[in-house]
Design a binder for this molecule. Structure first.
Ligand code: R5P
Length: 220
């Protein structure tokens, strides 16, 4: 199976966890795109979706799935999203597509975070994938210096602007021995909107697609 077929298998497995009549939290990325396509097949069963990016909103709307403003919604039973890396405690690096801030907001409101991944995303320690950090443009140089002081090598994602009008610094070479601590420290840098570590609010269930099928692994 190709990596994309594995992504699709994980994504379609997530349909089993959708509550009838509910609003579904929808993440962003190539794995989630398969989930959105699958969601279209059960759209009569759901009220609609809350989305974490303009790209996902557009795809949902094109398939006739109503997209709600998060401010008008008080309950999201399930949030489905991919990850760039996920470790044994279900802490993740996300934001490879730059949607980390909205993803973190929708995840914070949701009762259950279901992570959909192909097996290559499972890692013993986070940090091989560069950590995305969303930054207010006027703070770019300041935040770059502060991230370097933490031991990383921040690189501006050239030509990229987030849905919120901000920049992304991708931090290479960071040692992440304590993901909750690193997430907290980076978020304390003035000018940082948020960072792509999802450790304080990690995944609750991992749907991991490999050659042998989709493993359904609850958070340890
Ligand atoms: O900003 C993007 C998201 O965090 C994605 O969920 C993450 O980058 C994984 O994307 P993909 O499913 O394309 O590998």
């Amino acid at each position: 199976m190709t990596q994309d077929e594995l992504k699709k298998a994980a994504a379609l497995a997530a349909l089993d966890y959708i509550e009838d009549g509910s609003i579904v939290g929808v993440g962003t990325g190539s794995t989630v795109n398969h989930f959105i396509d699958g969601l279209a097949s059960v759209r009569a069963r759901i009220r609609g979706a809350v989305s974490s990016s303009e790209a996902s909103s557009k795809r949902l709307a094109a398939l006739g799935i109503p997209v709600f403003d998060l401010n008008d919604i008080d309950r999201i039973p399930v949030y489905v999203d991919g990850a760039d890396e996920i470790d044994g405690s279900f802490a993740m690096i996300k934001g490879g597509g730059g949607a980390l801030t909205r993803e973190k907001i929708v995840a914070a409101v949701s009762e259950r975070f279901i992570c959909i991944c192909d097996a290559s995303k499972r890692v013993p320690t986070l940090g091989h994938f560069p950590l995305p950090v969303e930054v207010i443009p006027m703070a770019r140089s300041h935040v770059t210096r502060e991230l370097a002081r933490l031991g990383g090598e921040p690189r501006l994602r050239a030509g990229f602007v987030t849905d919120n009008g901000n920049l992304i610094l991708d931090v290479h070479g960071l040692t992440i021995s304590d993901p909750v601590d690193t997430e907290t420290r980076i978020n304390q840098i003035v000018g940082v909107v948020t960072n792509g570590l999802f450790a304080r609010r990690g995944a609750d269930l991992l749907l991991l697609a490999g050659k042998a099928g989709v493993e359904r692994i609850p958070r340890p």
